[in-house]
Design a protein around this ligand. Structure first.
Ligand SMILES: *[C@@H]1O[C@H](CO)[C@@H](O)[C@H](O)[C@H]1NC(C)=O
Ligand SMILES: *[C@@H]1O[C@H](CO)[C@@H](O)[C@H](O)[C@H]1NC(C)=O
Ligand SMILES: *[C@@H]1O[C@H](CO)[C@@H](O)[C@H](O)[C@H]1NC(C)=O
Ligand SMILES: *[C@@H]1O[C@H](CO)[C@@H](O)[C@H](O)[C@H]1NC(C)=O
Ligand SMILES: *[C@@H]1O[C@H](CO)[C@@H](O)[C@H](O)[C@H]1NC(C)=O
Ligand SMILES: *[C@@H]1O[C@H](CO)[C@@H](O)[C@H](O)[C@H]1NC(C)=O
Ligand SMILES: *[C@@H]1O[C@H](CO)[C@@H](O)[C@H](O)[C@H]1NC(C)=O
Ligand SMILES: *[C@@H]1O[C@H](CO)[C@@H](O)[C@H](O)[C@H]1NC(C)=O
Ligand SMILES: *[C@@H]1O[C@H](CO)[C@@H](O)[C@H](O)[C@H]1NC(C)=O
Ligand SMILES: *[C@@H]1O[C@H](CO)[C@@H](O)[C@H](O)[C@H]1NC(C)=O
Ligand SMILES: *[C@@H]1O[C@H](CO)[C@@H](O)[C@H](O)[C@H]1NC(C)=O
Ligand SMILES: *[C@@H]1O[C@H](CO)[C@@H](O)[C@H](O)[C@H]1NC(C)=O
Length: 470
């Protein structure tokens, strides 16, 4: 995966301060330097994130083709970073500029989480269909409508359709796996029933000369400001600005910055190094002051994810962290504030005061990562959550068949794969690296309710303890 070296990003906890929305939904300027700064903030996610996702997927699977994973991710999985171990997933990079497609959503059994999430190249999660929105199964027409001005149409006169405001984009499908045994076959059947099929050419207007997306779109781009602006230029037709009040103003400002007809040329007098420094500073300042919202008990979430509107600095920062973040109505990813690490003989104990209040078809998990990948361990457990057969201290199940309706304190033990705890902890054990190197965790909550998002539900209290061994 390409890493674009504007800033070395790192995830450090900060308490939210003041008003953080930095709207750039302003009137365009004739000032080429100001316009260049705008264009760099605007186009940044294309080179820092989409370039890698799109080239890897197109190269690996092809364009407009679903890359289906019908097994859960494991420690050997290195295609993308921070894979989840909860769902099967399928992904595609699509180009709707020349064709119309049929997207087949197979029938999914009740109460099973599923989603089809659509992103543009800037990480805007512009449409989602799935269990949380109560979407229908069946064949959807997937087509580009450049006249939409940012809106997505999900149904058209009673027929299922996804009318996309952008021509290019990515699709991410997730199907929940309840257990990696008997339920895997059922989930696999569903994910294999997902299809993206060409359904015919899209009628083009005479003025519509949107170029096809291909690996050539990404060829020869330097990994610096020039590369950002060139890729912004090459994809502007396929990625018209969406979810902003004045898309024309964006186009105009990009034009002042030197983006014309699919390529970039630097206006005379613009110092790209100086403009880049301003952008780096804006993003670094965002990281320090606004990027995270504290949920209490040492947990944080990104302040803004999934839908950024005109908050381009937030978008640049969050997307550079390497994940396609969904809108918060779909999923909530939370992280420990500050660094976590364990020395030999140590463990973390996460004490939950109650079950997290997730909504219908929701689920939750705590997943272990080392350098963005799942961590090898003797029991093949990469995540612990509501499908793990976790137990209360008295040994009774917290969730699932045979669980009582009680909703009280339970604990998850984060302890090295090299130091297995006594048997009664097995289902509550999230193994950390056996060599005691640095790791990170993501506490994912799908179908989050407001108390999870605003932190009024007490997040688990995490304490460092002596390792629990037999
Ligand atoms: C153009 O914009 C830059 C960056 O905002 C600013 O420093 C400069 O003073 C502006 N120039 C003029 C002539 O307004
Ligand atoms: C495409 O994949 C091949 C083989 O997997 C690799 O050698 C090549 O570098 C890849 N090209 C791009 C543009 O990612
Ligand atoms: C799922 O089960 C298979 C077969 O037992 C095992 O190889 C794999 O590691 C398991 N994966 C996960 C994520 O538990
Ligand atoms: C859905 O579309 C696929 C692909 O075009 C087709 O094979 C299938 O028959 C369609 N299903 C229905 C119910 O129309
Ligand atoms: C980016 O790199 C290319 C190729 O090395 C170079 O031509 C261009 O001037 C560089 N741009 C900046 C802003 O440094
Ligand atoms: C461009 O800006 C950089 C950083 O502020 C500065 O070091 C450099 O001298 C400037 N270049 C020119 C040609 O003014
Ligand atoms: C547009 O973005 C804003 C964030 O600025 C978000 O709150 C809003 O829901 C988005 N609207 C749509 C239709 O995507
Ligand atoms: C966290 O780790 C980073 C990188 O190792 C280090 O620079 C930083 O100072 C640490 N932060 C705290 C609060 O310990
Ligand atoms: C468990 O208790 C918490 C805290 O009161 C509450 O938010 C949550 O909805 C409860 N969950 C269930 C499944 O009862
Ligand atoms: C939980 O228990 C059920 C029923 O015994 C079993 O099918 C499933 O595989 C178990 N899951 C895990 C993660 O241990
Ligand atoms: C395991 O047993 C010990 C000793 O009885 C108890 O303190 C602990 O809470 C139990 N852990 C779990 C997860 O049941
Ligand atoms: C621990 O193991 C990981 C994964 O194999 C490796 O990347 C890392 O360098 C190791 N760290 C140490 C301190 O040995």
């Amino acid at each position: 995966m390409k890493i674009f070296a504007f800033v070395a990003f790192h995830m450090i906890g900060w308490v939210q301060a003041g008003s953080c929305f930095q709207s750039r939904d302003h009137k365009p300027t004739e000032n080429t330097t100001a316009a260049t700064i705008f264009a760099l903030e605007y186009g940044y996610p294309l080179l820092v994130a989409w370039d890698a996702i799109a080239t890897a997927t197109i190269n690996n699977t092809g364009l407009n083709k679903l890359r289906i994973n019908d097994e859960l991710a494991g420690a050997g999985d290195k295609f993308g970073i921070y894979p989840n171990a909860d769902t099967l997933y399928a992904e595609a990079i699509f180009d709707l500029s020349a064709d119309i497609f049929t997207l087949t959503v197979p029938e999914v059994d009740d109460d099973r989480y599923w989603s089809f999430s659509f992103f543009d190249g800037f990480g805007e999660n512009y449409a989602v269909i799935g269990s949380i929105s109560g979407s229908s199964f069946g064949n959807y027409t997937l087509r580009w409508n450049p006249q939409l001005n940012g809106q997505t149409v999900v149904e058209d006169k009673g027929t299922l359709c996804i009318e996309s405001p952008v021509a290019y984009g990515s699709l991410l499908i997730r199907i929940l796996v309840r257990n990696n045994g008997t339920d895997l076959a059922q989930s696999a059947k569903i994910i294999n029933g997902c299809k993206l099929t060409e359904a015919g050419p899209r009628p083009r207007a005479a003025f519509d000369n949107t170029p096809p997306l291909s690996l050539a779109t990404f060829e020869g781009l330097p990994e610096n400001a020039t590369g950002v602006l060139e890729l912004t230029a090459r994809t502007l037709n396929g990625f018209p600005p969406i979810n902003v009040t004045n898309p024309r103003a964006v186009d105009k400002e990009l034009n002042v910055a030197g983006i014309h007809q699919g390529s970039y040329s630097k206006p005379a007098g613009v110092n790209l190094t100086a403009a880049t420094n301003v952008v780096i500073e804006a993003i670094a300042n965002y990281e320090k002051t606004c990027a995270f919202f504290s949920l209490g008990n040492g947990w944080k979430r990104f302040t803004t994810v999934g839908l950024f509107g005109a908050d381009y600095v937030a978008r640049a920062y969050v997307v550079a962290q390497g994940q396609e973040s969904e809108r918060i109505t779909e999923s909530l990813y939370t992280y420990p504030e500050g660094n976590i690490s364990l020395a030999e003989g140590e463990a973390y104990l996460a004490t939950f005061s109650s079950k997290p209040p997730i909504g219908p078809t929701g689920f939750w998990s705590l997943t272990m990562y080392q350098n963005g990948f799942l961590v090898e361990n003797p029991i093949n457990i990469y995540a612990v959550g509501d499908r793990s057969n976790i137990t209360y201290p008295d040994g009774s199940l917290v969730y699932g068949t045979g669980s009582s309706s009680s909703n009280e304190t339970f604990q998850i033990l984060v302890q090295s794969a090299a130091a297995p705890p006594p048997a009664n902890w097995t289902h509550n054990w999230l193994p950390s690296p056996s060599n005691y190197s640095d790791f990170s965790v993501i506490f994912r909550l799908y179908s989050p309710t407001p108390p999870l998002v605003n932190g009024s539900w007490p997040y688990p209290i995490v304490t460092k303890i002596k390792a629990i061994t037999a």
